[in-house]
Design a protein around this ligand. Sequence first.
Ligand SMILES: [Zn+2]
Length: 250
Amino acid sequence: MGFSERVATEALALCGRSCCICHKFCGTKIELHHIKQKACGGDDTLDNCIPVCFDCHADMGRADPKHPKGKRYSEAELKRHRDSWYEKVKKSSASTTEKRIYKEDIELFDTICNLFTSKVKYWLIECDIGGSHPYNVFDPFVNYLYKCNDPFFEFIDPELEKLRGNLSSCIEKFLSYKATNTFVRMIGGEKQCVTREWMVNHENWVPHSMNYEEYSVQYAEEAQTLNDLATNVWNTYCVFVRQGRRWLSM
Ligand SMILES: [Zn+2]
């Protein structure tokens, strides 16, 4: 047995179908997580329920509660995240007629827009970053994700915060794929590229364990995925800018 229909409806209304952890809007791609696990005696009440996106939910399952190391959320922390998000959503629906624009939000909006320098934009959408790219070109994104742990780095306005949540999620997916599927080129230095196939093509290096064709297929797939994730970051950023500007100027 899981949460009842009544509890589910209530929880989804309270969170505005946005993840209580990262704040991105999820629509139907949302799950109800037991704050205290059922195996540990948790019940199916509204108080024990937190709506989260698939990504944040996966993060929660990763660690063992009996080994509380790493970044696993405590029950108290989950409740705090949830309650403050419910509060924000509630305030925004109550005040849609007289919306307030906060100067802190305008500043944060500018800070995020400034991450997308012409250089970042160039490498995100104009180039095949699977081939090779300067290894530090996306450092602004790394710094950005690091800052996301800071509660000051959050919009006061929940509509803007949802847009930021969507953008952060795309950046995170892009960076984590990049981190596991690219490597620094030994020759030429300061460049990063997908799989050793690059070396096969450009540096005449073929490993014994794989034949050339296998390598080509793997390379093409990884490069394509990386480019797709990069394009996705850019598209989400465009939505963030368009909707954010409209919202801030209303
Ligand atoms: Zn989330």
